[in-house]
Design a protein around this ligand. Structure first.
Ligand code: SF4
Length: 427
């Protein structure tokens, strides 16, 4: 996708350090990619992309390797048609949905996912979702969001999906206090977090998204939000408009991030310091021991992040502070200053932060920095590998369980492996 190129400018954000802002050509996947992990998370949901053959190919190639049962996503291909053909298009969409729901009685929630072809943009998917919801409720709730590459990058599809759920969440009666963990986490991670919160006396704890469509948590002024993923700005705004309040914290990556994240909730619940220290000690010790195994391979090695998933800043903080890696540039597609404030404060002063992308300029900076490891999207990884650089695919970091103490060692291993592979190749 190509946007008008603009001169990069260093601007100061509320994060009191210069940020290189670029608005040029960028290379990222669109928000449809989120379906690949969301369809596994919400186990009775179905994602129907209303799009083109390109969208169908993207989904198939991104998710094809992971299909082991009947898939819970598909593409309704809309061919070129003029405005006069739109009524037929709506009829056709209704027919496709009716057939799908009849064939798949397990579906409880159906997302109509918009894409960028102009024929799809002309269709009003939110009205279609309302119309179809009226027809199929209470058995199936139909919602819509956009995964279009014009509006969303890679992880913003999850943000758009979760934001579409917020108006459906029931109101919490009164001001009853609860913790809402927001962002898709692997079940194994969720279960670990539930145990930690119980040890800290924090609860009740709910998750968005839940594992089943009917598990939409209640929300109200007593709800406190802990973001598990950094790319959920729209969802946060929607939750705040329902009265919930965010607990400011770094993200649960690495031992330090996990402790700070859990501690922030514990402090909000008035948990005494001694109990926090006791509840977290064993997890911290296990996490540190697992990290020690990778420290030798990573300490002192330099790393460059291209903007892709919005996980870049928390990952950079983890790699620099817990594994001794040297940060050169940390790029993020979008820097949400409020959500990211606690993370940015933990980065070393020497790092160059960049927001957005002008891919050619950034490639030049990357080559000049000659980092030991480059984290980037699939499109850039192959050419950089061909130039002799070690790369890590950022998409893998979204598909893999990486949050929490028990996953800290695996997370470090994801960065150590490409360095190890390159060292062997060089030998
Ligand atoms: Fe391509 Fe747009 Fe479809 Fe994404 S939504 S696959 S960018 S056509």
């Amino acid at each position: 996708m190509s946007l008008a190129a603009a001169e990069p400018a260093a601007v100061a954000g509320c994060v009191t350090r210069p940020v290189l802002r670029e608005r040029g050509q960028h290379e990222v996947f669109c928000g449809l990619t989120g379906i690949v992990w969301l369809h596994r998370k919400i186990q009775d949901a179905f994602f129907l992309v209303v799009g083109s053959r390109t969208c169908a190919h993207l989904l198939q190639s991104a998710a094809g390797v992971m299909i082991f049962a009947e898939p819970r996503f598909a593409t309704a291909i809309i061919d070129e048609r003029d405005l006069a053909g739109l009524a037929d298009c709506n009829d056709e969409l209704d027919r496709v949905v009716a057939r799908l729901i009849e064939r798949r009685p397990d579906i409880r929630m159906l997302f109509l996912v918009g894409s960028c072809p102009s024929e799809v943009i002309k269709l009003d998917l939110s009205r279609a979702a309302q119309r179809l919801s009226r027809r199929f409720m209470p058995k199936v709730r139909v919602l819509s969001y956009s995964g279009s590459g014009i509006e969303t990058t890679f992880t913003q599809g999850e943000d758009a999906c979760l934001a579409s759920l917020v108006p459906e969440m029931p109101a919490e009666p009164g001001t009853a206090r609860s913790l809402l963990v927001v962002g898709a986490l692997a079940e194994v991670v969720e279960d670990q977090m539930i145990r930690h919160f119980a040890a800290l006396g924090v609860g009740p704890v709910r998750f968005l998204p839940g594992r089943r469509a009917a598990e939409l948590p209640a929300i109200g002024p007593g709800t406190r939000i802990l973001l598990a993923q950094p790319f959920l700005g729209d969802t946060l705004r929607a939750l705040e408009s329902r009265g919930a309040k965010r607990i400011a914290a770094p993200f649960p990556l690495g031992v330090e991030g996990t402790s700070a994240w859990l501690r922030a909730a514990a402090v909000e619940w008035g948990c005494p310091e001694a109990r926090i220290a006791e509840a977290l000690a064993a997890g911290e010790a296990r996490g540190r021991a697992a990290l020690a195994r990778h420290r030798e391979a990573l300490a002192g090695k330099s790393i460059f992040f291209f903007p892709d998933s919005q996980l870049e800043i928390p990952l950079a903080r983890f790699l620099s502070r817990e594994l001794g890696m040297q940060l050169t540039e940390v790029g993020t597609p979008y820097l949400h200053r409020e959500i990211m404030a606690e993370e940015v404060a933990l980065l070393p002063d020497s790092v160059r932060l960049s927001e957005g992308q002008d891919v050619d300029r950034q490639l030049d900076r990357c080559r000049a920095a000659a980092p030991d490891l480059t984290v980037c999207g699939l499109g850039l990884a192959n050419p950089l590998e061909a130039e002799g650089m070690a790369t890590k695919w950022s998409i893998e970091l979204v598909f893999t369980p990486i949050q929490g103490y028990e996953q800290a060692g695996d997370l470090a291993g994801l960065f150590a492996r490409p360095l190890d592979r390159r060292a062997r190749l060089e030998l």
